[in-house]
Design a protein around this ligand. Sequence first.
Ligand code: ZN
Ligand code: ZN
Length: 132
Amino acid sequence: MKNDKQVPFKLTPQRMAILKYLDGNKEHPSAEDIFKGVSKKFPTMSFATVYNTLEVLKKRGQIAELNFDPFKKRFDPNPEPHHHIICLGCQKILDVNKKFAIDPPQMEGGKFEIIGSHIEFYGFCSKCKDKT
Ligand SMILES: [Zn+2]
Ligand SMILES: [Zn+2]
């Protein structure tokens, strides 16, 4: 992930509310979820503010973006590399902090510099499994 702490970030009360919402949040919320959560306290907050703030935080490497659902980006306040397990029923995303021995492929004669990897496990959580 590209880390660019140089991207300027002015800390406004609205942005602080977004950071507070994300702090320690393990739900991997979407921009809509964050907007809903924060606009309770800041009714004047626009969705564009939430979206733009998330973009800046992403550029600064403070949050990660998860793209497993192309229609609904989810955000991860934990930018440290970790894997995910995803429920296809309720779209719940859980962190997997286990390390896996991955033998990275040698591409372009070993000249391709691999800087990270991400594993997504799919399935059905206990609640969703019972429904089927
Ligand atoms: Zn589920
Ligand atoms: Zn995560």
